[in-house]
Ligand binder design. Structure first.
Ligand code: NOJ
Length: 564
């Protein structure tokens, strides 16, 4: 019999620590390892099972740490390797596992490999670790193909050769400071494996894999059949009760079949440890059957469910996304995961504050539309009860437990996301969901940095966040924080929750409901009116107080069967 500890990941609630904005221990305005260590008690009390920490490696920070210059060390602004090791030990002592974030698609342009590649010139061995090509056009002045960068503009940058002439181009699916590596190169494969082992040997429990679906590019680097195929990400549209997607077809760089062999090899590494290590894929693969391929028994353990994250707040749509996920991932024996927010998308309080008919993670198309933040918060409260009641694991993005909204009015001159510049100032990017957390007090920095800090938080915090601090919400039974604490604690004590199955209840339109055995039911009222709660149940927890036995608009409830 396998040790149940080996399966902790099947229903873990994993808290995402966006290190730059979690807690600043040394007063320089940037979050750090010391800050995380000082808040481990808060995280353990919250009731989560594990942490996923965004990249903390040495980095020039062209993309907030997703441009890594050394995979086996710690960025000095975040701390030291010794502090990282101490954090892993201390987290384990309070019952929290630790996942790191590995970035295998690209390195920083300051990584020694890339520097060597530029210096060594065309045709060199050093260039083979990346994707260098001559340009098109008479003098090589045009990029080798039409691929766009996710952050805007072309996915190619031209280098100046050591002799000073304009030279080859290199591929960067993200910023120019993030050159894509060549995954067909044996040294690349061996080196990333060494990185996995480096951190696993230090007790790290697993990795989130950054853009896990992009590592392998089609040979010959051809253009896509249709420019629309290059848009990213895509999400399904609901048509007559079904989720409709454009038919899947092979793509020159997303989700190539060859990528799976890499993960089979990584799985062997993870399984070679006494307590096997785990992986979660960040793969924006919209087709559920394609996503499930990453979760076959000899590949990755789990994947983020971005179709759920992008879902429209509509009972029918949500039910279909949930069913589809459970069916497809169940078919390969993998548990589902559920996520509402992360550091790349607008915070869900603000998404839910807008009426949307189109799915999508970005708030950009919603900006300018009227927002009802009180409604956004109500829906967010309901959404977390739904999320934590579903079979499988769940993610909590730091600050969602405080009900933080997106900060939509950051001044232009503080924006750091490369998207802002690369889009020619048309897309404000992701800084609005990355604002440093408010811990205590009435004014910025709200305890994010210690008293007497030498610098202000790296992004300005709104002046009206006093009531949203962890301190202000603690002990207030109506607060978002106490809802999260109560729901997480109940989840841990309720045998029906976590891994397993659900059975849908047939309820009137606009109401989502399911049971889980033994004796549990969850109801979500997505309509604008109160709805009756089925008979024979008692209330475990509700996102809003029930009124005369009715579940109010935009709320959810966990129920326990009276016959148990
Ligand atoms: C996905 C990460 O979550 C995002 O923040 C980053 O910009 C890209 N991958 C590129 O590494």
């Amino acid at each position: 019999m396998a040790d149940p500890a080996d399966h902790w990941w099947r229903d873990a609630v994993i808290y995402q620590v966006y290190i730059r904005s979690f807690a600043d221990g040394n007063g320089d305005g940037l979050g750090d390892i010391a800050g995380i260590r000082s808040r481990l008690g808060y995280l353990a009390d919250l009731g989560v099972d594990a942490l996923w920490i965004n990249p903390w490696y040495p980095s020039p920070m062209a993309d907030a740490g997703y441009d890594v210059s050394d995979y086996r060390d710690v960025e000095p602004r975040f701390g030291t390797l010794a502090e990282a090791e101490a954090l892993v030990t201390e987290a384990h002592e309070v019952g929290l596992r630790v996942l790191l974030d590995i970035v295998p698609n690209h390195t920083s342009d300051r990584h020694p490999w890339f520097r060597a590649a530029v210096e060594a010139g065309p045709g060199s061995r050093q260039r083979e670790r990346y994707v260098f090509r001559p340009g098109r056009g008479e003098a090589g002045e045009l990029p080798p193909n039409e691929w766009p960068s996710v952050f805007g503009g072309p996915a190619w940058h031209r280098v100046t050769e050591p002799d000073g002439t304009p030279g080859e181009w290199y591929l960067h699916l993200f910023a120019p400071e993030q050159p894509d590596v060549n995954w067909t190169h044996p040294e690349v494969q061996a080196d990333f494996e060494a990185t996995l082992r480096f951190w696993f040997d230090r007790g790290v429990d697993g990795f989130r894999i950054d853009v896990a679906h992009s590592l392998v590019k089609e040979e010959g680097l051809p253009d896509a059949e249709d420019a629309a195929d290059l848009e990213w990400p895509r999400s399904p549209v609901e048509v007559d009760g079904r989720l409709e997607r454009a038919p899947w077809r092979p793509h020159p760089f997303w989700d190539r079949d060859e990528v799976h062999e890499i993960y089979r090899q990584w799985r062997r590494v993870a399984d070679s440890y006494d307590e096997p290590r785990v992986f979660v894929a960040e793969a924006w693969v919209d087709e559920p059957e394609r996503l499930a391929r990453y979760l076959r028994p000899d590949e990755l353990h789990t994947a983020f469910n971005f179709t759920y994250l992008q879902a429209v707040w509509d009972a029918g749509y949500l039910r279909r996304v949930i069913s589809e996920t459970l069916d497809e991932q169940g078919a390969v024996g993998a548990p589902a995961t559920w996520v509402l927010s992360n550091h790349d998308v607008a915070r869900h309080v603000s998404r839910f504050a807008r009426e949307r008919d189109v799915p999508g993670s970005s708030l950009m198309q919603l900006l300018g539309r009227p927002a009802d933040l009180a409604l956004g918060r109500r829906r967010a409260r309901a959404a977390v009860l739904l999320t934590l009641a579903l079979p499988g694991g769940a993610y909590v993005y730091q600050g969602e437990e405080l009900g933080l909204p997106e900060v939509e009015d950051l001044p232009d001159d503080v924006l750091e996301d490369p998207t802002w510049e690369r889009s020619g100032h048309t897309d404000r990017g992701r800084d609005g969901c990355r604002v440093p957390l408010p811990w205590a007090g009435e004014r910025p920095p709200y305890g994010f940095s210690p008293e007497g800090a030498s610098a202000a938080p790296w992004l300005p915090q709104p002046d009206d966040w006093g009531p949203l601090t962890a301190q202000a919400q603690t002990g207030d039974p109506g607060s978002m924080l106490e809802l999260y604490r109560a729901a997480l604690s109940l989840r841990g004590r309720t045998p029906a929750l976590g891994d397993g199955r659900l059975a849908w209840l047939d309820l009137p339109g606009g109401v989502l409901g399911f049971t889980r055995e033994p004796g549990f039911a969850c109801l979500v009222n997505v309509t604008g009116d109160p709805v009756p709660v089925p008979e024979g149940y008692g209330v475990l927890i509700a996102s809003e107080d029930l009124e005369d036995g009715l579940l109010p608009a935009a709320s959810a409830v966990w129920l326990t069967s009276n016959t148990r």
